[in-house]
Design a binder for this molecule. Structure first.
Ligand SMILES: O=C(O)CCC(=O)C(=O)O
Ligand SMILES: [Fe+2]
Length: 511
């Protein structure tokens, strides 16, 4: 047996030989009075047995109290509200009721770690081991990774993660966002000043509309202002999920900016601090506000482009639901079953309650549904990390294959960013990182070599030219089309496919 192997039966024997204080029971040694000694021994054994019983009962009670204290405190909320009865609303309302019925609040392995450390104050390591042994099957697994502080966030982001990260702000745990003193009122004042005169439009998710693909409609800042400023309680929770943060205030936790792979590559490309000669210019992380009316519901979807998403609550609350076990297969199931169907998810659904100051970070292409029990302002954005890059590539392909899984379409910036990252990342990736990325890169086809273009049909050439936005006369011959195709500028997606191809070529077996 090595030092790392602990034999539970051995521990049991050791502890049974000792009294609960860890001191061996001493019996008076008087050779002249064996009987008395036996009596004393019997009495003392009985006494200790009784004491042991009381102490282990007490220990079990203490343990339960500590478990109770270590569990995350989740607030109450109400999902039974009046709807105005349109078909879209009642459908989504039924969806929410079902989601509530089947989902459980997230549990975490950190609970077990906290339990251990609180037990250490009162019990010996052996006591703890014995108790943990019997409770092991009941100890929570990680539905989320609970973050304790900024250092912890930095560590977790530097590795791959497959479950959401959650940081809860409490009196002794500060918010990880760079600030949180910005309310719904502040946003309305800003929007009124910045946009109203320009009659700017914003998109709103309106679930009173029955066809899910038509629920995102354009509206004006004016409608947004009057919706949030009227005192009447609303039947329909409107959801403004796409308000670009142009306040000049940045909320993103600095650990996210520092672990964002575009930030890292940009810094590497600029050894002379202060000079901006580099070709590489990352697009700065754009932040978006999510402004949601009370009782807004978002059905199941993934966020776009295989990116990680962070979200910080500034005011109000949200209930965030997700499958307990997510793989590419889960996402394909979502594509098949649709955004309002909850069965078929392995290990069911879990939820977290998000309060002001709380930060949630989801890994790439992670299905989720959201309920807003009280009007809420949140801010967030998307980013790529080295640890999750192979999953991002897989997620991007999933969204290409099943566009309906996301509430936002793919845009050129996704391909541009990932293409640039792949071109640069090979120089710093470990061989394991490279292997993971390459194996998912093979989900994408190789871009056509210019010499192979002549094998393409006329229709395929027309498609290529159209995707590049190249204009040509309707009567163009195949040769003319060929010439245009081999000369023209590539689309961001084509450039991304080329980046994938050259990433693969960097990796030579045996080197
Ligand atoms: O807050 C909501 O209702 C949904 C937010 C969300 O998941 C998104 O905008 O992608
Ligand atoms: Fe989302």
């Amino acid at each position: 047996m090595t030092n790392n192997d602990i034999d539970p039966s051995h521990l049991q024997a050791t502890i049974d030989d000792d009294d609960e204080d860890g001191a061996r029971t001493r019996v008076p040694d008087k050779a002249s009075d064996k009987r008395k000694r036996r009596d004393t021994e019997d009495g003392s054994r009985q006494k200790h047995k009784k004491e042991r019983g009381t102490i282990s009962r007490q220990r079990a009670k203490d343990f339960d109290i500590i478990i109770g204290q270590a569990l995350i405190e989740w607030g109450r909320y109400n999902t039974n509200f009046q709807t105005s009865g349109t078909e879209g609303e009642s459908e989504l309302n039924d969806f929410l009721q079902e989601l509530e019925r089947i989902s459980e609040f997230a549990e975490t392995g950190a609970t077990a770690a906290r339990l251990l450390s609180s037990l250490r104050k009162n019990y010996s390591p052996i006591d703890i081991l014995m108790t943990i042994q019997s409770k092991l099957p009941d100890l929570p697994k990680d539905d989320v990774i609970l973050l304790t502080d900024a250092k912890c966030l930095e560590n977790v982001l530097s590795r791959p993660f497959r479950v959401p990260l959650l940081h809860r702000t409490t009196t002794d745990r500060f918010c990880l966002g760079s600030r949180m003193d910005f309310s719904i009122h502040d946003l309305l004042v800003h929007l009124e000043k910045a946009y109203l005169n320009a009659k700017s439009s914003v998109s709103v998710y309106d679930y009173s509309i029955q066809d899910p693909s038509k629920r995102t409609r354009e509206t004006t800042v004016n409608e947004l202002l009057s919706y949030f400023r009227s005192d009447n309680s609303h039947n329909v929770g409107l959801n403004f999920l796409d308000i670009e943060n142009r306040t000049g205030i940045r909320f993103c936790p600095s650990q996210i900016i520092l672990q964002d792979i575009t930030t890292i590559l940009e810094a590497r490309n600029q050894p002379d601090i202060g000079k901006t000669r580099s070709e590489w210019k990352a697009e700065p992380l754009k932040e978006f506000f999510l402004l949601s009316g009370e009782n807004a519901i978002s059905p199941i979807h993934v966020d776009k482009g295989g990116a990680n998403t962070w979200i910080l609550i500034l005011e109000g609350r949200k209930i965030w639901y997700f499958p307990r076990h997510v793989t590419a297969q889960t996402v394909r199931w979502l594509a098949y079953a649709g955004s309002q169907y909850l069965e078929g998810y392995e290990d069911g659904w879990v939820k977290v309650e998000l309060r002001p100051g709380d930060l949630l970070i989801m890994p790439p292409t992670f299905p989720h549904a959201v309920f807003t029990p009280e009007s809420c302002l949140a801010v967030g954005s998307q980013f790529y990390t080295a640890g999750n890059l192979s999953h991002s590539i897989e997620g991007l392909k999933l969204q290409e294959d099943y566009p309906d899984i996301s509430n936002e379409g793919l845009d050129d910036s996704v391909y541009r960013t990932l293409g640039k990252v792949l071109r640069e990342y090979g120089t710093i990736a470990t061989s394991v990182n490279k292997a993971h990325i390459i194996s998912n890169c093979s989900l994408f086809p190789d871009p056509p070599a210019p010499t192979e273009l002549n094998k393409f049909s006329k229709t395929s050439l027309i498609d290529i030219l159209k995707s590049r936005g190249v204009t040509f006369s309707s009567g163009a011959t195949k040769n003319e089309l060929l010439q245009l195709s081999s000369q023209g500028e590539r689309t961001p997606r084509e450039t991304f496919l080329e980046a994938i191809q050259s990433f693969r070529e960097q990796f030579k077996f045996g080197e």
